[in-house]
Write a protein that binds this ligand. Structure first.
Ligand code: F6P
Length: 396
């Protein structure tokens, strides 16, 4: 593993003159210290398992590495604005099964694309990276552990280039981050979506309807694919496999003729509709990626009602997929990743991200993880297994 900056020894004796200290009592207070100071933040959309990572970083940091943990509020927003506080053992106790993040998060905190309100009330996007570096130094941080998805890892990479010591932990329900077999949060989202499909099955069959369920995932179809397979959806539509309307209509009609008077269509929010492409709900310039996807479920349902003449209903699962307790699998993965992250920090392996590979927790360069999005290969084994049991992807 490539170390991009000077390593920190365990129980190091780094002498820092920091101008603000952990109790936040003032920027002018000078403190000379000998313990490692670890900043931690959660960036981007929340997901189940974030608190499990925070706990898995903080407990060994405090108990084994004699480190102090500085919790940064609301992702990189808190680092730009200098909003942080020292975490205690009590803060990180009892949070393993807690959804959300005790630190808060934001997907509008990219320091290089920072929304700032002007005097006339309009929003200007400015580069605030100098403030991030200043606050990192002011708070005497030796390393920053950032838990996030591809957006957060991109920011981490740029922070590394500014000279900050960074360790990443991969998070996202979308599972679209390269260099890790899985991100924590994904399993919980799939579990929730699967349960929703199970529930839709009983009402669909009672009313002889086509039920369309729209799930999240952004430009990747991992949630739709896995939940669709686990829930026994008849049609799965994902961004990576272009679909045709006639193929969908044929499938739902065929089922009707066979006496199966209902169908379940599981559609990923980024699915590309013929001639139209992805359906965008709104744009928010405060985000690095301004696009907010949403609405494809409604679009697909309308076409099935009009062209296949079948009664249709739509469910948009939305943020239910991100809320609540993590599954046991996500708690374990999050804990393993968090424990690895603090180990990397203590060893001075910066510019690295903890990752799951072949059931082992390893370290990979952040640069590699952000090289591209991890999309579903159209011939992925899960796709082939779904086709084998008769699921349509609207392309045949
Ligand atoms: O990246 C996670 C995710 O939930 C995506 O699946 C979804 O497109 C997006 O975030 C929604 O973002 P927001 O919570 O800002 O609406």
């Amino acid at each position: 593993m490539r170390a991009t900056s000077k390593p920190i020894e365990r129980n190091i004796s780094v002498q820092h003159e920091c101008t603000a200290h952990a109790t936040g009592s003032g920027e002018n207070e000078m403190a000379t210290r000998t313990t490692m100071r670890v900043g931690i933040l959660t960036g981007g959309g929340d997901c189940p398992g974030l608190n499990a990572v925070i706990r898995a970083v903080a407990k060994p940091a405090m108990n084994e590495h004699n480190a102090r943990i500085i919790g940064i509020e609301d992702g990189f927003e808190g680092l730009v604005e200098g909003r942080m506080r020292e975490l205690t053992n009590r803060d990180v106790s009892g949070i393993l099964n807690l959804g959300g993040t005790i630190l808060g998060t934001s997907n509008k905190g990219d320091p290089w694309h920072y929304p700032t309100e002007k005097v006339d009330g309009s929003i200007e996007i400015v580069d605030t990276s100098h403030r991030v570096l200043r606050n990192y130094r002011r708070w005497g941080l030796d390393v920053l552990i950032a838990i996030g998805g591809d957006g957060t890892m991109n920011i981490c990479h740029q922070c590394g280039q500014l000279g900050m010591n960074i360790v990443g932990v991969p998070k996202t329900i979308d599972n679209d981050l390269m260099s890790t077999d899985l991100t924590f949060g994904h399993d919980t989202a799939v579990h929730i979506a699967t349960e929703a499909i199970d529930r839709l099955h009983t009402t669909a069959s009672s009313h002889h309807r086509v039920m369309v369920i729209e799930v999240m995932g952004r430009y990747a179809g991992w949630i739709a694919l896995s939940a669709g397979l686990a829930g026994g959806a008849d049609i799965i539509l994902i961004p990576e496999i272009p679909f045709r309307w006639d193929s969908i209509f044929r499938k739902v009609r065929e089922r009707s003729f066979q006496g199966k008077r209902f169908s379940i269509v599981c559609v990923g929010e980024g699915a590309q509709c013929p001639d139209v492409g992805e359906i965008v709900k709104s744009y928010d310039v405060k985000r690095t990626d301004a696009k907010q996807l949403g609405g494809v479920g409604e679009f697909v349902a309308r076409r099935i009602t009009e062209d296949a003449d079948l009664e249709t209903r739509v469910t948009v699962l939305g943020h239910l997929q991100r809320g609540g307790s993590p599954t046991a699998f996500d708690r374990i993965l999050a804990t393993r990743l968090g424990a690895k992250a603090i180990e990397l920090a203590a060893q001075g392996q910066f510019g690295a991200m903890a990752a799951l590979k072949a059931n082992d927790i390893v370290s990979v360069p952040i640069e590699e993880a952000i090289s591209q999005l991890k999309l579903v290969p159209p011939d992925h084994q899960i796709v082939r297994a779904a086709r084998a049991v008769g699921t349509s992807f609207g392309d045949e």
